[in-house]
Design a protein around this ligand. Sequence first.
Ligand SMILES: [Zn+2]
Length: 273
Amino acid sequence: MKNFILLIVFLFTMSCSHNLPDFTSRLSSRLPTEGKPEAIGEFSLGCLQGGQTFNGKEKGLLLSQMKRGRYWGHPDLINILTRAGAEFDKENKTLIIGDLSQSRGGPSLTGHNSHQTGLDVDVWFKILTDKTKPSFYVMETEEMKPIAELGSDQIKLIKFFADDSSVERIFINPAFKKTLCTSKKLTADEQHKMRAWWGHDDHIHVRLKCPADNPSCVSQNAIPAGDGCGDELNWWFSDEAKDTDSSWTDMKNVYLDKIKKLPPQCSFYNETF
Ligand SMILES: [Zn+2]
């Protein structure tokens, strides 16, 4: 089942490794561990055992940014994305899927604090309506510009994920959160799951709950009660928020520091390095 993706990994590693630092290309091309799929540790400090990926036959999905090697996830994540693609495919539309996790989860060198346990995924706001392309295809993100407003397709996208009981929260740009608060297009439960965060002006970031049978998965603190539209949202437009630097100042040091702090069950993350 993984032959298709492994072939692509191989071809891409062959063709693009000269563009990537060696360390990064080794991270992006290695294979998952065997064993029961399991999210281990925290969303921002953990790993993924038995990572799964797409089989190339999913409808309504297009995988972007292949060279980053972050198209592995817990089966729950592959499952919800496959269902989302099938839903949009009914209208001849295609979702563009960004980063999931690396093959073994864990920290990565090129951005993203989370996406470490196979339960996080970025889904682009841009939705394709051109069915002349294959339903499972590779493209890079240069075309994925920030969008100006949330149209009906984006609202449908948000609702699809927010309504799914496996979804824990969804990160979105504060300006879009404000739009959602005033437009009243979401239910209270949907609004509750939508959380303002830096960036995310061209995609949403969907985070699943810890799977029930993954005892080493550490849940995040619960979302505060309410719709998140009051003072909490206003903070994002304050000077204090604007002064808060969310970017990594020294990615490599942060990365190396995180590797040292991974839970002991993640020892496979460091194998072959
Ligand atoms: Zn993300």
